[in-house]
Design a protein around this ligand. Structure first.
Ligand SMILES: [Zn+2]
Length: 436
């Protein structure tokens, strides 16, 4: 090979300089690029308690990432290595979880508990047990576990260490990439953008494995803060959302015609440029989950004055809500209706329980709806039995009659308390126009 000088090794790689804050384009100065690239992953710190081996590997990745400005190939190597750290983190977490022994359950025989001192021992044992059709005991469940990445992911999900439906799809994609990296069959090149995202995803995953959700995270977001908000609309098709506090300042002129109706809800507040704004807030409906994030009905409809009086008397407060892994019921009666909260469905009168019902777990109502709609077409590949869907991020909990679907929801959520809310919805709809 060609021997390069120290000066040459220290020189910036022109390819790396082409990535600037606006994407690809004019080259950055090397000193700016060094700072810009390091900032992309500067804030993804691991929480306390993460196993030392996993932490060391992760910090090494962050260190090496900075050298990508000098050598573009580093980004590909960082991306690949991150996928291997993904498995290391699962192994380290498994060893902490098992506390030195694991239990297997045989089809007929009683359970056996075996001491294990390292993951290599776990893997050998698990492989042997899998061939004897024994299952790993995780709390009250028995799962197939042969010690591979596939088994580790299943274990982490069953043990409740990983959560979310969309994140599960990403874990699936990471696992496929990891297998590709371990057994490469071709040539691939990562950009700094892809490498940084992989490192950030990895940080979220490791932190979640050790029990900490990521504020504002892409994969395992911490619960979102909800505030008291007022939704209002008039007969001219105008709607708006404002914080409850806005009712205590003098009325804006257009409100004084008194034609607006108001309701009070608990909702994700609108924050400029936030990834968590609810684009569907104006679809709010007490019967259906037509907003993207959980929005709770509190009062209304009524005039601005009445809303103010109610707020003064009740003084409701904000809260925080985990929007992942929600359970929705979807009714198909002549046509497919929007997703419903199980508690709302449980409060339906007998006459409105006809048709086929689906119980689906998803992060967003549109995900649940898209799955059920897609499963009507066999060629689309959506799963049509209980379990994780292989082509979308939904999990099928059950389907059949109203009672069967409600039972499936209760099996996932625990006993469901029926609620009966006044029928209130904002009149204009873009995303969910097909409502009875
Ligand atoms: Zn699906």
């Amino acid at each position: 090979m060609e021997i390069r000088s120290l000066e040459d090794l220290r020189a910036a790689d022109n390819l790396s300089l082409a990535f600037n804050p606006y994407g690809l384009g004019s080259r950055m100065r090397p000193e700016d690029a060094v700072e810009f690239q390091q900032r992309q992953i500067a804030d993804c710190d691991l929480v306390e308690g993460v196993a030392a081996g996993t932490r060391d590997s992760f910090e090494r990745l962050r260190t090496v990432f900075a050298y990508g400005v000098l050598c573009y190939d580093v980004y590909t190597m960082v991306g690949d290595q991150a996928l291997l750290v993904f498995e290391q983190a699962l192994r380290d977490r498994f060893m902490e979880w098992c506390g030195g022994s694991i239990t297997f359950r045989f089809p007929q025989d009683p359970e056996v508990t075996v001491a294990v001192a390292s993951y290599d021992e776990v893997k050998k044992l698990a492989d042997r047990m899998a061939r004897r059709r024994a299952k790993l005991v995780v709390a009250t469940n028995g799962i197939e576990f042969n010690g591979t990445l596939y088994g580790l992911r299943r274990w982490a999900r069953t043990a409740g260490l990983l959560r979310g439906r969309r994140s599960r799809s990403v874990e699936e994609a990471l696992a496929k990439l990891r297998n590709y990296v371990a057994h490469p069959s071709g040539h691939h090149v990562d950009t700094p953008v892809e490498a940084a995202r992989t490192v950030r995803d990895l940080a979220e995953l490791i932190n979640q494995l050790w029990g900490r959700a990521t504020p504002g995270g892409r994969l395992y977001p911490a619960p979102l803060h909800r505030e008291i908000a007022v939704l209002s609309w008039n007969g001219l098709g105008r709607a708006r959302m404002e914080p409850a506090g806005a009712l205590f300042v003098p009325d804006p002129p257009e409100e004084q015609d008194g034609e607006y109706q108001h309701i009070v809800v608990r909702a994700i507040p609108f924050i400029p440029n936030s990834r968590w704004n609810d684009d569907h807030w104006a679809e709010f409906d007490t019967r259906y989950e037509t907003t993207r994030f959980p929005t709770d009905y509190l009062w209304g409809p009524g005039t601005r004055e009445e809303a103010r009086t109610w707020l003064e008397g009740e003084r409701p407060e904000g809260d925080s809500v985990d929007f992942t892994d929600r359970v929705f019921l979807i009714q198909n009666h002549g046509r497919l209706l929007p997703p419903m909260r199980p508690a709302v469905a449980a409060g339906l009168p007998d006459g409105e329980r006809a048709g086929v019902w689906h119980a689906v777990r998803a992060d967003f109502p549109d995900d649940a709806f898209a799955h059920v709609r897609g499963s009507g077409d066999a060629s689309a590949g959506h799963v049509r039995r209980r379990g994780d869907c292989s082509v979308c991020s939904a999990e099928v909990l059950g389907f059949g009659s109203f009672d069967e679907a409600l039972r499936a929801a209760a099996a996932a959520l625990g006993p469901i308390q029926a609620v009966q809310l006044p029928s209130v919805r904002l009149p204009l709809s873009i995303f969910w126009p097909n409502r009875p």
